[in-house]
Design a binder for this molecule. Structure first.
Ligand SMILES: Nc1ncnc2c1ncn2[C@@H]1O[C@H](COP(=O)(O)OP(=O)(O)OP(=O)(O)O)[C@@H](O)[C@H]1O
Ligand SMILES: [Mg+2]
Length: 278
């Protein structure tokens, strides 16, 4: 085949190339209003039981806070949900039908589950806009990154995300020049580009100023509803300001669950957790 034939072949209107197809997230069956089921989940590391028969149910569109002392298993739980750590036993379902255990990290991300680690990992030498552009292209696979210009719709989507994370004015700034809080928001924005159904966010306000913390509370509150958000945080003031339902983990299991008011008055919680830190 000559080069020209190759080009003709590629341009054929009747052929749809897989790398040019926008990836569509699958339909998640939330007919029971629950988007995440964790049942009887156990994980051990060299005999140490990090998660111990843990049960957790998160409703679609909910903003759920997970609290618990250091080592309670909060990050490990996120690691299992996102395919980073293997479970020993138990079930994790995304909606009614999608079994997450046994899927790898890339497959789980593709299903619409976004994960934010504690430390911001933005591309410091790129502008805020470029970071979001890269996130968008990464979401669509490798080949379009090299070939495609952003479509008008994709530009609009980036603008929309810039607005949501409050970095419109910083769009041309290098990410490395942002404050710590702004970097965290940018990274949340990079997750939002893919429009995930479920966002798992580990200790977002650690190291933030009081003002940044307040702004983050507003941001996460605004994301709930359209997205389901699970936040791990030690900052109780922050948790108090955003949480409707709080789940307390202790030694790899759920110790208590309820409104902030309820768990604050729960004797077991007071004894093992709040009593120590408040
Ligand atoms: N990969 C691993 N190998 C061995 N032990 C691990 C591993 N990951 C976690 N652990 C252990 O499992 C326990 C739970 O850790 P995890 O990181 O889930 O706690 P956490 O609730 O997130 O705590 P923190 O609030 O300090 O972040 C800890 O005792 C930790 O040392
Ligand atoms: Mg942790």
């Amino acid at each position: 085949m000559t080069m020209l034939d190759n080009v003709r072949q590629t341009m054929r209107r009747d052929q749809v190339w897989p790398f040019l197809i926008e990836k569509q997230p699958p339909n998640i069956d939330v007919s029971h209003n629950v988007i995440l089921y964790v049942e009887g989940l156990s994980v051990s590391f060299d005999g140490f039981q990090a998660l111990n028969d843990l049960n957790l149910y998160v409703n679609d569109g909910e903003l759920r806070c997970l609290i618990g002392a250091n080592g309670a298993g909060k990050t490990t739980l996120m690691d299992v949900i996102t395919g980073k750590t293997q479970a020993d036993s138990g079930d994790v379902y995304f909606g009614q039908t999608i079994d997450l255990l046994g899927k790898d990290e890339a497959e789980i991300a593709q299903l619409g589950i976004g994960r934010k680690f504690q430390k911001p990992t933005v591309f410091e030498a790129q502008s805020v806009f470029s970071n979001l552009e890269l996130a968008m292209k990464a979401n669509r696979g490798i080949l379009p990154t090299l070939l495609a210009q952003l479509s008008a719709a994709q530009f609009d989507r980036i603008d929309e995300v810039l607005e949501t994370i409050g970095l419109k004015e910083q769009r041309l700034m290098l990410a490395g020049a942002l404050s710590h809080g702004q970097k965290q928001w940018l990274e949340i924005g990079m997750l939002l580009i893919a429009d995930p159904r479920l966002l798992l966010i580990d200790e977002p306000v650690a190291g933030m100023t009081a003002q940044e913390t307040e702004r983050t509370a507003e941001l996460l509150t605004s994301l709930a509803g359209e997205h389901t958000v699970v936040v791990v945080e030690h900052d109780m003031e922050f948790v108090r300001s955003i949480a409707k339902t709080v789940t307390v983990l202790h030694q790899g299991s759920v110790l208590a669950e309820g409104s902030m008011q309820e768990i604050q008055n729960d004797p077991a919680v007071i004894e093992v957790y709040l009593g120590e830190s408040d």
